[in-house]
Design a protein around this ligand. Sequence first.
Ligand SMILES: Cc1ncc(COP(=O)(O)O)c(C=O)c1O
Length: 430
Amino acid sequence: MPAKYEQQTSKSKEFHYRARKVLPAGVSYFIRFFEPYPFYVNWAQGSKLKDVDGNEYTDFWMGHYTHILGHSPQNVIAAVSEQIQHGTHYGVSHELEVMLAEKIVTMVPCADMVRFCNSGTESSMYAVRLARSFTGKNGIVKFEGGWHGGYDPLHKAVKPPFEMSASSGLVDEALKDTIIVPYNDLNGVIRKTDDHEIAAILIEPVLGAGGCIPANREFLKGLREFCDDRQILLIFDEIITGFRLAPGGGQEYYGVIPDIAIFGKILGGGFPIGAVTGKREIMERMDPMLFERPSFSFQGGTFTGNPTSLVAGLEVLKSLEDGQIIHDLNRRGERLRKDLQEVFSSSTIDVNVTNAGSLFCTHFTAEPVNDVHAVFRADRRRLLDYHLKLIEKGIFFLPTHSGALSTVHSEEELQHLLVESEKYVKSLKS
Ligand SMILES: Cc1ncc(COP(=O)(O)O)c(C=O)c1O
């Protein structure tokens, strides 16, 4: 990072020294670290983040793609402020659980029933368990580059090189029933799953952390047919795509309905949440009145159905359910992709900008980007450099990650991104 960043962020630097003593890498999640040190934030509103040195950034990371209505939207803040007067965490059944579950059921095609949990990781964990419980089989198919959170059986083949374990502490026993298959390649899926007993295929309709790669519609349709033929459950991880690509998520956008879908991020309106949804006959496995041990599938936890998250999520879904906002954001996302692509095309630098609705990612490569291998063959050092230079100009992408548009991004802010991107490519030429 050039010296300018360090001049602008002296208080963040001090914080980082303190942070490193008490937080590994000085952060709460390693992806939030970047060289020489991340800035530390103390304010977020609308499209903006402010750091402890008073620098302001237009935020395209948006809380891990959570804030589709921007940071701290008024309707959410009002509903949460009202709710906490009545209780922060009940730990017993309450109205909001029913209200939000009903809302999800009306919006999401595959959802006959819902169970809430606290994070995307938890929802993927419970979805895998539920699929195994329902089918009586163990095999779980996941895609190269797919990220479903840190649950052991799914913490595999996230980033190349895939032969290397994604983390120490993962034991073979946890991973032995996980089958890795290539994204956007139905023949590859069929080939690699031929001699396995499979409970479910788990897929992100858009590879999110894997580089913002949309699934090919025909591929998803083929996958649905393959699952039906082989009596395999199809699970959509809609933790990024849910309530973003369409009111009913990736399944509505692509017209392919899974058996189970998991949600997080946008659903919590800026507060922690996860949800498992699916067809009634599958979801009922979690009802101990209908399925006693050993066929019962456990899900639960202290903070499940936390009213603060639920009331925030309900407000956000009310804003999104008629589809207007999402439609408009998708249109703007597509236009931004084209504009960015044009900026880069006017230079000698090879760039491919991928997008799906309001999500977009820049890849410094000439080749089409259809899977995570292409993402990692691209020039990642240049992408890092580009994002770090944008930070100096007050535009924040979590370095090397995709961006997300929210309703609060103004046309001026998008223009600023285009102008600074153009300056960046020009600086490379000279
Ligand atoms: C597609 C997808 N699934 C699952 C997760 C895990 O969610 P969480 O970080 O809330 O545990 C993420 C998080 O980024 C994600 O992008």
